[in-house]
Every structure is written in C-alpha cells, then in structure tokens.
Ligand binder design. Structure first.
Ligand code: SAH
Length: 342
C-alpha cells in the first residue's frame, strides 16, 4: 500500500484518517501542530504521542523527512544553500536568503525539470519526478528548524516547473498558508513559471492571493524560442494574455523575471521592445544578470550593461529592479549545486 503524504492533509482530512485508525480527534490536532506549527517531521520527537500510536502512524503515513546532504553558506551575504536527499535518494536543492524585510526560502518543485531553458542548470538531465506537497513543505520546515528563524517569504523558484506539477504545488501553497498550521500569508508566496498558459489560467481561478512571476527573458517570440523551448508551444501573446487575466481575476500584479544574457537579450533594442510589450500593465521587471552555468556557455551582462538596460526601461515608464545576486560564491543559480553533485 502506498503511504499517504501526511503533510499535504488539512486538519479535517487528518482527523478522518486518524479516527479510522482508532485514534481520538485531538490526536490529529496534536499531530497537525507538530508538523505545521513546530515543524517537526520526525515521529521520534513527538513527545505527546504514545508508542502504539506512532507505530500506527508510521505504517500509514509518509513524513517526508529530508537528510541534509550538503550545506553551503555564502561568506558575502550569509545565503544558505541546502542539498537535501529525499527518501528515495533523489537530490534537491533549496536556498535561504536573509533580506532586511525578512527571510526568504526558495523551494524546488520537481527533481530535475523538462522545460529545457538554455541558461538553466536544473534541466541538464531532464525531469526525474514530481515532488509531493510534503516534500516541498519539508524544505521550508527543515530550513526554519536549521536557522531557528521565521521564514517570512517562500518563492517557488528552485529546480522544476511548478505548473508542470500543478496539484501538488496547489496543496503545498494551501498547507503553507493554512490558518490552523504554518499560517504564512499567501501574499508572501511567489510562484514562478516559464509560461505554461493552461496552468496560468487555471491558477487564476483558485482563489489564492499568491504572486505570480513570469520568466520572460526575451521581448519577442523569435528570441524567446531560441532560449526557452517552451515558447514554441505558447506564444508571447498568449502568455502575456494569461498574465493580464491573472491580474484581472486576482487583483495581484504579475512580476516579470528577465535574466540578462550578454549579447543576447540585453541590447537597447531589446529594452525598447520589452517596454512596448509590457506597457500599461503596471508591470514590475526583475533583472538579474544570468549566472554562468559552465555546461551552457552563456555569460551574464555586466553591472554597467544591466544598469543601462534598467534605465532604458524606466525611461519608458516600466518599473525595474536589478536583483542582488545572492550567494554567487556558492553555486548560486538554479540546479547548480545538484548538478555538480550528480
Ligand atoms: N520553472 C520556473 C521556476 C524555476 S527557475 C520558471 O521558469 O520560472 C527560477 C528563475 O531563475 C526563473 O526565472 C529562471 O528562468 C531563472 N534562472 C534559471 N537559471 C538561471 C541562471 N543560470 N541565471 C539566472 N537566472 C536563472
């Protein structure tokens, strides 16, 4: 029998399940609090449960315990990059970043990725499998325990394409923000997608208050198709349409990610085209010089080039920020740590 992903269940579901195992309803409350308030995923440490109950729970539930395989800490900004081993031995990475406004955790949503973006290390070996909601929650909880600090922001921007693992990602977001448990405000959760239009449209109907980020990276279809194979399936028109729809349905502004690749998408002509594409959307563009991935042979735009690009956008009334490159000294970009490991 396949075990149930216990972290993915809401309190009602957990009550039903534990009662069917012959336990009192308050046991479910205790278990839920251990998991989602105290972030304890090891039965061993749940002191108010009896040994007999723990045996039953162990048989039925999967607790998604992660093993820290490697931890890198940046000397320049304290960014912590974790390589976690899952129960089946797969490796994933998660990142903790400390900002003046709080601590942010970047989680992976899949083992590997099948989107094939040319600048990204996560996709080098393709997709191995989807992560369960519990495996995503465990990344946040393990890091909260390790740092002993509150996690105030979660971004689904690690390895994998979240909308390619739709149902598990929605469960993850609901549990992370569950008022009975971890209670993180949905406004402090960001989901980043390479632009899977059907998923974006569906997400707009979920009645969630999360921020949607679109990995744009190019101002026209031609260029986007060259660096992001997914752009062959969904035109920029339809992707931008899905962004507008998300804003209309949820009232939440979409953020645009734009990784600057030297000599490819960072020219003044690109800035001009980008500003026309996004004009009138109240758009915010996050610029980040692409982190060089050795296997990919692409270089990031230098500081002055990034600044020039930002100024050109602002002249055309498009808000833009150059993101601090956190943890550059520690395999900063998506999938780099995992990729070096395998
Ligand atoms: N699949 C999702 C989320 C994962 S990637 C998406 O595509 O949005 C998170 C962000 O990092 C994306 O904007 C992605 O394009 C970007 N990224 C990937 N590799 C990068 C690199 N080497 N340098 C800079 N940004 C990178």
């Amino acid at each position: 029998m396949e075990k149930i992903d216990v972290l993915s269940l809401d309190l009602g579901e957990l009550k039903t399940k534990t009662q069917s195992l012959g336990m009192k309803p308050f046991r479910a409350v205790q278990l839920f609090e251990w998991l989602h308030k105290k972030h304890v995923t090891s039965l061993e440490h749940m002191t108010n449960l009896s040994a007999a109950d723990k045996e039953k729970l162990k048989e039925v539930f999967d607790f998604c315990e992660l093993k820290t395989e490697e931890l890198q800490i940046s000397k320049t900004d304290g960014t912590r990059k974790y390589l976690f081993a899952l129960e089946d031995g797969s490796m994933i990475e998660s990142v903790w970043m400390s900002y003046h406004h709080g601590n942010s955790v970047c989680v992976s949503s899949q083992v590997g990725c099948r989107m094939g973006c040319t600048f990204c290390a996560s996709t080098l070996k393709g997709l191995q499998r989807n992560l369960t909601a519990g495996e995503m929650l465990s990344q946040v909880y393990a890091i909260a325990n390790d740092t002993k600090e509150r996690v105030s922001n979660v971004v689904i921007m690690g390895c994998g394409e979240p909308l390619d693992n739709y149902d598990n990602v929605i469960r993850f977001i609901k549990r992370l923000s569950d008022p009975n448990g971890n209670a993180l405000s949905q406004r402090n959760i960001t989901l980043s997608t390479c632009g899977l239009v059907p998923g974006m449209l569906k997400l707009a109907e979920e009645d969630l208050q999360i921020t949607l980020a679109l990995s744009l990276h190019a101002p026209n279809d031609d260029m986007r198709q060259k660096i992001m194979p997914v752009a062959k399936s969904f035109s920029l028109d339809s992707v931008i349409g899905a962004c507008r729809n998300y804003f209309e349905k949820t009232g939440r502004r979409v953020t645009f990610e734009y990784s600057l690749i030297k000599g490819v998408n960072d020219t003044p002509a690109c800035a001009d085209e980008l500003s026309k594409l996004l004009y009138g959307m109240g758009a915010h563009v996050n610029l980040i010089p692409v982190n060089p991935v050795t296997e990919r042979g692409l270089t990031g735009t230098d500081k002055s080039g990034a600044l020039r690009f930002k100024n050109l956008l602002e002249k055309k009334h498009i808000n833009a920020t150059i993101r601090r490159e956190m943890g550059r000294d520690i395999d900063g970009a998506c999938g780099q740590l995992r990729s070096r490991h395998i």
